[in-house]
Design a protein around this ligand. Structure first.
Ligand SMILES: NC(=O)c1ccc[n+]([C@@H]2O[C@H](COP(=O)([O-])OP(=O)(O)OC[C@H]3O[C@@H](n4cnc5c(N)ncnc54)[C@H](O)[C@@H]3O)[C@@H](O)[C@H]2O)c1
Length: 264
């Protein structure tokens, strides 16, 4: 299958850690030009270094950016266009949560969840749309979550935000389909970075690794039909497909890559 992603210009937000890093690797394998928009640019550079070792011809630019700040997002998009000439694909990957019961969670954590998961996606989609509309071409894939499809225990506000990302993308897909733009969502199963894996100081796994102990992970695995967790590359493959010409008649769709955990 021809994906047509060679030398296409792709922005991956939060491409420095875990799922974002796998997404960067997958686009690099296709020979795309990649902008890693990162709150932790030093971690973005780690991943850029990994891409250069792949020798696929893929070019990477790391841009420091906080996706919750619309001005920084617009600046990041302008720098990416200055480097590569256009934005063909945006992957809204940044997200954040920490699992706690609704009544036990402090307001600051809800506010961070809304800011990072919902405002981050709104800002980034708003940032790339003008140039995509002008060029009458573009694909946006947002990383949502099964939490946003079903409501997850201990993830109330995060679930609401991830549902928001789905509805936001569907609504914008309706508004921009006439310009040839496509917006789709991927909902990953649990992907936990290994203890020895380099992650950003901003990664949610700095706190969440303590919650997902070996015991908890064994129980989580039983929720997946294959009795194992996902690999980042399995999530990334779905993102790359939905970003590609091979998905040219797919828009407004939500794809769970979660081993049958949800079937919606
Ligand atoms: N890991 C999972 O099990 C899982 C499951 C379902 C959905 N998701 C979703 O997948 C996405 C990626 O998850 P992950 O586990 O790889 O996350 P992560 O926390 O490990 O990595 C997030 C990356 O984004 C960067 N970042 C954080 N805040 C930022 C900001 N404001 N601006 C720019 N960059 C920022 C961090 O530096 C980090 O490199 C998220 O949207 C998450 O909600 C993850």
């Amino acid at each position: 299958m021809e994906l047509g992603l060679k030398e296409k210009n792709v922005i991956v937000t939060g491409g420095g850690s875990n799922i974002g890093r796998s997404i960067v690797h997958a686009f690099a394998a296709e020979g795309s030009n990649i902008t890693i928009a990162e709150l932790s640019p030093s971690q973005g550079e780690v991943v850029a270094g990994e891409v250069s070792q792949m020798n696929t011809g893929s070019r990477v630019k790391v841009i420091a950016c906080d996706v919750t700040d619309p001005e920084q997002v617009d600046e990041m998009v302008a720098k990416s266009v200055a480097e590569f000439g256009s934005v063909d694909v945006l992957v809204n990957n940044v997200g954040w949560t920490i699992d706690r019961l609704f009544m036990e969670k402090p307001r600051e954590e809800w506010e961070k969840e809304v800011k990072v998961n919902l405002w981050g996606a709104i800002n980034c989609i708003h940032g790339v749309l003008p140039s995509m509309i002008e060029r009458q071409s573009g694909a946006i894939v947002s990383i949502s979550s099964d939490a946003g499809r079903m409501g997850e225990y201990r993830e109330a506000v995060y679930s609401a935000c991830k549902a928001g990302v789905i509805a936001l993308s569907k609504a914008i897909a309706r508004e921009t389909g006439r310009y040839g733009l496509r917006l789709n969502m991927v909902c990953p199963g649990l992907v936990v970075p290994g203890e020895d894996e380099s992650i950003s100081g901003e990664s949610m796994w700095n706190q969440m690794r303590d919650i997902f102990t070996e015991d908890v992970l064994e129980r989580v695995k039983r929720g997946y039909l294959f009795r194992r967790l996902a690999n980042g590359s399995e999530i990334a493959n779905a993102v790359v497909f939905l970003s590609s010409d091979a998905a040219s008649f797919i828009t407004g769709q939500t794809l769970s890559v979660s081993g049958g955990y949800t079937m919606m």
